[in-house]
Each structure stands twice: as C-alpha cells, then as structure tokens.
Design a binder for this molecule. Structure first.
Ligand SMILES: *Cc1c(COP(=O)(O)O)cnc(C)c1O
Length: 325
C-alpha cells in the first residue's frame, strides 16, 4: 500500500441516528467524515492524503485540480495544499458569473488562482485544459501535479480503502457488524476504495452507492476504471467485477447540485431528529435515497447500516433562499 500524509482528523466518529433508526426499524449509524477537519473537511481529504503525498514525493510546487463552482474537492485541495506550502490553480466550471459564496468564497479567501471553463469545456476537455495550465506553469519554473475531478483516480481511491480499514477497527471496538455501507457517489473514488477493501478483506458487506447525477451504468464503468488503476497501488491481489458494484440512480432528483423541495425538507427532518446537517448536493440525496429504499422495503436484509456522511456543509449556505420555514 502506498503511504499517506496525516492531514485529516482520524478516525472519524460513528454515531447512531437514534430517531431515524426507531422510525425505520433498522439500526442506522452515521460515520462523520464531515468532521475530518474544518477547512479540509469532508471525504476528499482522505483521498488527498494519498494524492498530495505523491505530489510531495515528486517535488511538486503547484497543484492543479478541477470541479464545479461549489466543489468541496477544490476547497479541500486548496486548504490542504496551503498547509503543505504548495500553490494551487483551480479550474472551475461556471455557467454564469458566480456569486462569492460557500466553497468558492473560501477558495477566494485562500487566494487560490482560479481559472474558469464552461460546462461543455468541463465535460469534454477539462483534463486537457489542466494539462495546458500545467505546461504554462512549468514554463515559469513550477513543478505541477494534476489531480482529476474529485481526486477520483487510483491513488485517491486508497483513501477509502483505508477508511474501510478504519471501519473494521471501529466495528471491533463497538462490537457491531455493519452489513450495509451507504455512500453518495459523485465521481466514484469513494465508492471505489470502499468496494476494494470490502472485497480484499472478504467483509461481505453490501456497499450501496447513491448516484447524485448520471446513471448507474455510467458509474459502474467509471468505478471499474478507478478500481483497475487503484489495485496495483494497494500492492494487494484483488479481483473485483463490475457486477459487484451497486449503484442506485433513482435519487438523482432534478440534476447535479439542484435540489427538490422534498430533498430540502429532508435536510430539515434529519437536522431536527439527529442534529446532523446533510449537504444538498450529495449526502441529502443519498440519505433520502436510503430512507425511501427502506420505506419501500427494498433493503430487507440490511439491519445494521452505516451511512458515510461525506461532508459538504459549505455548499448548503448558497441554497439558503430555497428553503421554506
Ligand atoms: C465529492 C463528494 C462526494 C462524492 O464522492 P466521490 O468520491 O466523488 O464519488 C460525496 N459527498 C460530498 C460532500 C462530496 O464533496
């Protein structure tokens, strides 16, 4: 296994969602990966502990990465790179002139260098644009390290391989076995690492990813690609097929980063019952999916469920006007 930096507050707590468990008649636990830090909070820092270690080993001076305007990944990368004394260039996707709020606001505070691209450019050529930024910076003497969207590549996946090892340890301490692990899926790296460790340690957990955009087919391909890239970096022999990747795409709602009134009501419901704030882009959709799947009796054999709260709090504030009280 590759080595990592220690940037996140680990291990993250596992709490029981008592009222939700009572309502649904299942034991629902929440792993607080939203509490991996404050500036670096969320799931991305686990991946970045591996990617930025590699960057440091390669002598990088500038980190280049990309995401949406409210990208949690870009904010966590900026904060982590700042800790390490590295410069950052962010390539952010925008469709109109962005308001200085949420994660984008924090990136501005950090003084990150920000470049913009259109949704089409993002979709088709974000990696090429990042390569050309890298070339430009290298001509100025920088050594660049490019991290793809969400740090969802082989090296980033190791962060959640490691998180699953942490979960195994916590199961021992708590005297519980989680039969099901639930996580939001946006670029696939988190799911990849969890599924690889599940397979390697023969945990036989059902790992369910709730897509927040795109389709199951899309993510199965994407995660399969990440898995293939990650396995050699684990230094372990792991065989995993596409059939073992379980993605539910029924709860993407009205699209990436867009919220329905039901999803926003659900954020309020969980806040009131558990004192846990879900984010509108990822965790609200995933937990809303879990809730509805249990209600419609589609998860009959899941009794001890671990929901991974992957963070995203800063992305809630730009949505405040959409809530009704
Ligand atoms: C990025 C992100 C996810 C999705 O993780 P992926 O590894 O990209 O699939 C989930 N929740 C939050 C809050 C995120 O920022």
């Amino acid at each position: 296994m590759r080595s990592k930096l220690n940037l996140a507050n680990l291990p993250t707590k596992i709490i029981k969602a008592e009222k939700l468990s009572n309502e649904l008649g299942r034991n629902i636990y929440i792993k607080r990966d939203d509490q991996t830090g404050s500036e670096i909070s969320g799931n991305k820092i686990r991946k970045l502990e591996y990617s930025l270690k590699e960057a440091a080993e390669r002598g990088a001076t500038t980190i280049i990465t990309t995401g949406g305007i409210q990208s949690n990944h870009c904010r966590a990368t900026t904060a982590a790179a700042t800790i390490l004394g590295l410069k950052v260039v962010l390539l952010l996707r925008i469709s109109e002139s962005p308001k200085t709020e949420g994660n984008f606001f924090l990136n501005k505070i950090f003084g990150a260098e920000i470049r913009y691209c259109t949704p089409d450019e993002y979709k088709i050529s974000r990696n090429e644009i990042m390569m050309s930024i890298a070339q430009e910076k290298e001509e100025m003497g920088e050594i660049c390290y490019v991290i793809p969207e969400g740090a969802s590549n082989g090296i980033g996946s190791l962060g959640y391989f490691n998180a699953m090892e942490e979960i195994i340890q916590q199961e021992r301490e708590m005297g519980i076995r989680f039969d099901t692990v639930v996580v939001a899926v946006g670029s696939g790296g988190t799911y990849s690492g969890l599924s690889l460790a599940n397979k390697y340690y023969n945990l036989k957990k059902r790992v369910i990813g709730f897509a927040v955009c795109d389709t199951s087919e899309y993510f199965i391909e994407r995660i399969d690609t990440i898995n293939k890239e990650a396995i050699p970096l684990t230094g372990k022999k792991i065989e995993i097929s596409k059939e073992e990747i379980e993605i539910n795409d029924k709860y993407t709602g009205i699209g990436y980063a867009l919220s329905t009134p039901e999803e926003l009501e659900f954020i309020k419901k969980i806040a009131v019952s558990e004192a846990v704030i879900l984010d509108p882009v990822y965790t609200a959709k995933a937990m809303y999916g879990l809730y509805n799947e249990i209600k419609s009796d589609n998860l009959k054999s899941s009794d001890n469920i671990l929901f991974i709260h992957t963070g995203g709090l800063f992305g809630l504030f730009p949505k405040q006007d959409q809530f009704s009280f």
